[in-house]
Ligand binder design. Structure first.
Ligand code: AMP
Ligand code: MG
Length: 345
């Protein structure tokens, strides 16, 4: 067991906060693991150029060895120092969306350790948009490899407490910078072709990308689950709550009927729905995720973590429209769900 240090960081950063982030940056330079907030979710970071340090991330999370990590950097210049053969459209994407919730997959030039890319010739790189992440990257003065700071398979952490619950004693430090903003992870875009291709939907939507650079492709595996996904992480079951989750496409009336039917079997049911649908439902525990997609994305992982198997037998969750940020939300919910039902069919 490690003695995990936890620092509380306020935003804007005080002089003391900067000193604490400096201590965390020294730990990173020494090969340690430190969790930190980004605008999407919390990441578990280590020096991306140090193979042993990166191995500690895989170990702490129990992450499969073939699932590559995203390298985080502070600036466009630092990003360019990790990659080669960059198509012109990447410059436009970086200037428009970075810092922000978007990861560029590009040919690696070998500066980062081989286990960051899980042996692939490409590397995922991103500039996070968060003052704590920025300060940590500046002071560590090197790329930081950081997957989401949860135990592998669990919902990603949007609060420092989620990280603590999963990884206290398994990592060296935690920068607690409060709740994260977007709530779902970055959009992963393969930029090795003449047209960019979305491998994982996330905080920057396909519609936003297309407004800036025109046609953007999407990994066919995102639509047809039989295809092998091009992003190794997408093949794993993820985000699993402790309790089985049924994802239901249907009207409030149809969802209500299902709730009654399952209650009659003696099941203790929790419901997740938009504010509008929640208002029409009747069940002992109903959590409203919010009234629009950005609220729903922000609340999703926290609510998935809030159901314990001691108190619940089944989570019934409304399926949402797969437009804009709804694509990322539904991608995560499908992975979290043990059943998907379309009651209109
Ligand atoms: P996480 O940091 O836990 O959100 O996971 C990072 C995601 O980015 C996973 O789905 C990875 O498979 C994906 N990823 C990272 N690097 C690459 C790469 N070089 N090629 C394709 N996907 C990648
Ligand atoms: Mg993850």
């Amino acid at each position: 067991m490690k003695d995990t240090i936890r620092w509380t960081i306020d935003i804007p950063l005080s002089a003391q906060n900067k000193k604490d982030i400096n201590k965390a940056a020294r730990l990173i330079q020494q090969g340690a693991t430190v969790a930190f907030p980004t605008e999407t979710v919390y990441g578990l970071g280590a020096d991306a150029t140090n193979e042993n340090a990166v191995a500690n991330i895989f170990q702490a999370k129990g992450r499969p060895q073939d699932n590559p990590l995203i390298a985080h950097v502070a600036t466009k210049e630092q990003l360019m120092q990790l990659v080669q053969d960059v198509p012109d459209y990447v410059g436009t994407l970086i200037d428009t969306f970075s810092p922000g919730p978007i990861t560029y997959v590009l040919p690696s030039n070998g500066v980062c350790a081989v286990n960051v890319t899980a042996g692939l010739s490409t590397i995922g790189v991103r500039i996070p948009d968060h003052p704590v992440a920025y300060q940590l990257l500046l002071q560590a003065d090197r790329p930081i490899a950081a997957p989401s700071a949860n135990l592998s398979g669990k919902p990603s952490p949007t609060l420092a407490q989620h990280v603590w619950n999963d990884l206290a004693g398994r990592m060296d430090g935690l920068l607690d910078g409060g709740p994260t903003g977007v709530g779902v992870e970055s959009t992963v875009v393969d930029c090795t072709g003449t047209l960019p291709m979305i491998l994982r939907p996330g905080g920057v939507t396909k519609e936003q990308l297309e407004q800036v650079i025109g046609e953007v492709k999407q990994d066919p595996a995102l639509q047809h689950s039989k295809e092998q996904p091009r992003s190794p992480g997408m093949k794993y079951k993820h985000y699993s709550p402790e309790v089985p989750l049924w994802l239901i496409h249907g009207s409030a009336e149809e969802i209500q009927q299902l709730i009654i039917q399952e209650q009659e079997k003696g099941k203790r049911i929790g419901v997740l729905a938009s504010e509008q649908t929640a208002a029409k439902l009747n069940a002992p525990i109903i959590y409203s995720l919010g009234s629009n997609m950005s609220e729903i994305a922000k609340a999703l992982y926290h609510q998935l973590r809030s159901f314990s198997s001691e108190a619940f037998d089944l989570i019934i969750c409304e399926a949402f429209c797969e437009e804009g940020l709804g694509k990322a939300v539904m991608n995560r919910l499908r992975k979290a769900a043990s059943e998907y039902m379309d009651l209109n069919k």
